[in-house]
Design a protein around this ligand. Structure first.
Ligand SMILES: [Zn+2]
Length: 186
């Protein structure tokens, strides 16, 4: 179950926020902007996501950075405990470098809580490009015993120069973005 919130054309403001919220130094404006978008989206549409995965998420997990930045993911740090969900930790396999663009079954290691019934993790990621990292993490979670997994991403990357993107860019011109509906509903 993959739910991108908006599209994110590479030349757009949202793309700029998705880059600069975790740059050094990070843009405070971008951080608040993305946090507000995520929290508002989940307030309106978490029920839509829950219906599609058989119940509300029990845990949150951020797709770990594969660029070797230590410590918690920038997104996890930004969200903190505002989702009221415990965070699961995922550890990237160093065999796969940051430039891998395809699904890898052994890309991430995860450990689920030993007791407490069903685990339905909500994967949160900033950008969906090929989807290989989020899908590899979903695979790892299911292999570890998760009953179902949802993925919510802050931006679905679009390359405007790519010919196949043109009809899409045309389609999202008007209305540019509508928070009242989500991908899980259609
Ligand atoms: Zn919805």
């Amino acid at each position: 179950m993959v739910v991108p919130i908006p599209y994110s054309p590479r030349t757009g403001q949202h793309h700029h926020h998705l880059r600069s919220y975790k740059s050094t130094p990070a843009s405070t404006q971008a951080r608040w902007n993305l946090l507000a978008l995520l929290l508002l989206f989940l307030r309106e549409h978490l029920d839509c996501v829950s219906r599609r995965i058989g119940g509300p998420p029990t845990h949150a997990v951020a797709v770990p950075s594969t660029r070797g930045k230590p410590g918690p993911h920038a997104l996890q740090e930004l969200i903190g405990n505002r989702l009221r969900l415990p965070w699961l930790a995922a550890v990237p396999n160093p065999r796969h470098g940051p430039d891998v663009r395809s699904f890898q079954a052994d890309w991430f290691g995860v450990r689920l809580p030993e007791q407490g019934g069903l685990v339905r993790p909500l994967i949160i990621d900033d950008t969906w490009t090929t989807g290989s990292r989020a899908q590899s993490l979903a695979h790892a979670l299911k292999t570890a015993g998760a009953s179902s997994v949802a993925v919510v991403v802050l931006g679905r990357h679009v390359r405007p120069e790519h010919a196949a993107s043109r009809p899409l860019l045309k389609a999202i011109e008007e209305p540019m973005f509508d928070l009242s509906v989500c991908a899980a509903e259609h």
